[in-house]
Design a binder for this molecule. Structure first.
Ligand code: AMP
Ligand code: GLY
Length: 422
């Protein structure tokens, strides 16, 4: 089997690494990839948004399965285009990807499906948004750009004035362009956040092991929001009863409603959930593996991933007899560039990756890296996802940070408390 992975982050590196180990997999390409995917697979210099060239590559290189990492090509319709050309691809259609591509669409599906989520209302006119906010007595309240905004479209506002400013930036100043021409204003939920991902083939749902991300930049959940500074699996907060609740009240009704609405969902359904005193509530749906959640979760997966994704892509997930998992825990610590999530310098040589990789049950997944001459250099905000397995979360954490200690570059930094919430 010949596989093409689309994307260039840590999520794509773990996908390439895992798929390359599967039975019957002859070759894994990654477009465009990073310095890590070039070692575990072969990079192809095509951007993840260039659907035409990706399709042509898949055709001319006898690709049996394409796996899409990021949301943008999914929302742009890569799956529909590949399928029209009889190319096998894992991921949701353009219509189903609206679950992530439009917050208002996803809220409407949740309302129809009876899925517990924060109370909400959508607006395209600033005056109406301001009237609605003025009618609220106090914050906190959450303002979201409807469309994709590279993870920056959510403002959690502690006061009504702050929320009015956020609405004005989106609707009047158009800081997110068209993605902010509609906004969703919603109730602010409190509790611990967890990520529940499931593989879906339109009908059958297979939940993956649980994980928890760390979205804030600094220790103790301080600082600005980021793409995610580290994750661990399992998320011990989610016991069997909570998991059962999530499957019954979130995953099943969502997949059912998407089918009834004429947009059957196939791919990874990622529910970002808040564990509130009133039970788990959905903060957002994503339509792809989480990054960095994919790193610790897939490091624990023992079932053949190529087989799972192939069956899902062809609507045959029910043939699978569940998934098997490494009983150990996994912790992934993200190492980032100086200045991230703001602007940062690129091109600084990184040392110690090989030493870290040589530690047992440890893998350094590359996110924003590239090769320059003989050096591996930083080439993005999130640079590496250093991931280790251990007997229990504390042991996995110790192992991951031992590996982090081997690695350095000018300005490289990381949180020191990943997994402490467990
Ligand atoms: P998103 O970009 O949709 O992943 O949201 C980013 C982050 O904003 C989430 O991970 C939460 O921490 C926070 N968030 C989103 N919606 C809410 C909400 N209704 N209440 C509280 N926090 C929220
Ligand atoms: N780690 C959050 C995300 O993938 O959206």
């Amino acid at each position: 089997m010949r596989i093409l992975v689309v994307g260039q982050g840590g999520r794509e590196h773990v996908l390439v690494w895992k798929l390359a180990q599967c039975e019957g997999v002859e070759k894994v390409y990654c477009a465009p990839g990073n310095a890590g995917t070039a070692v575990d697979g072969e990079n192809v210099p095509i951007s993840s948004d260039d659907i035409g060239r990706l399709m042509s590559f898949a055709k001319h290189n006898d690709i049996d399965l394409t796996v899409v990492g990021p949301e943008a090509p999914l929302v742009a319709g890569i799956v529909d285009e590949f399928k029209q050309h009889d190319l096998n691809i894992f991921g949701p259609s353009k219509a189903a990807a609206q679950l992530e591509g439009s917050k208002a669409f996803s809220k409407e599906i949740m309302s129809k499906a009876g899925v517990p989520t924060a109370g909400w209302k959508d607006f395209t006119r600033l005056e109406e948004a301001h009237v609605y906010l003025d009618a609220m007595e106090t914050g906190p309240v959450v303002v979201k750009a409807d469309g994709l905004a590279a993870g920056k479209g959510v403002s959690v506002c502690s006061t009504i004035d702050e929320a009015k400013d956020a609405a004005a930036r989106m609707l009047r100043e158009q800081v997110f362009g068209n993605a902010g021409s509609k906004i969703v204003i919603e109730e602010c939920l409190e509790g611990q956040e967890v990520s529940i991902l499931a593989i879906v083939d339109g009908d059958t749902i297979i939940p993956l092991e649980t994980s928890q991300d760390h979205k804030r930049a600094h220790d103790g959940d301080e600082g600005p929001n980021t793409g995610g500074m580290g994750a661990y699996s399992p998320a011990t907060l989610v016991d069997d009863k909570i998991m059962d609740d999530i499957i019954r009240n979130v995953l099943v009704p969502t997949v059912h409603t998407m089918r009834v609405e004429g947009h059957p969902f196939s791919g990874v359904l990622y529910a970002g959930l808040m564990l509130t005193p009133a039970g788990p509530k959905v903060l957002e749906f994503n339509v792809r593996f989480g990054d960095p959640e994919a790193q610790p979760v897939l490091m624990r997966l023992q079932t053949d991933l190529a087989q799972v994704l192939s069956l899902a892509a062809t609507g045959r997930l029910s043939e699978l007899e569940g998934l098997s998992w490494d009983e150990r825990s996994a912790v992934c610590v993200v190492m980032a560039s100086d200045g991230y999530p703001g602007s940062y310098e690129k091109g600084r040589p990184i040392t110690g990756i090989e030493e870290a990789d040589a530690l047992s049950d440890t893998k350094v997944f590359h996110a924003g890296t590239k090769i320059r001459d003989v050096d591996t250099v930083n080439d993005g905000g999130r640079v590496l996802g250093v991931t280790a397995l251990g007997d229990g979360i504390p042991a996995a954490k110790t192992a991951a940070y031992q590996a982090v200690d081997c690695i350095s570059w000018e300005g490289g930094w990381n949180r020191t408390d990943i997994s402490d919430k467990a």
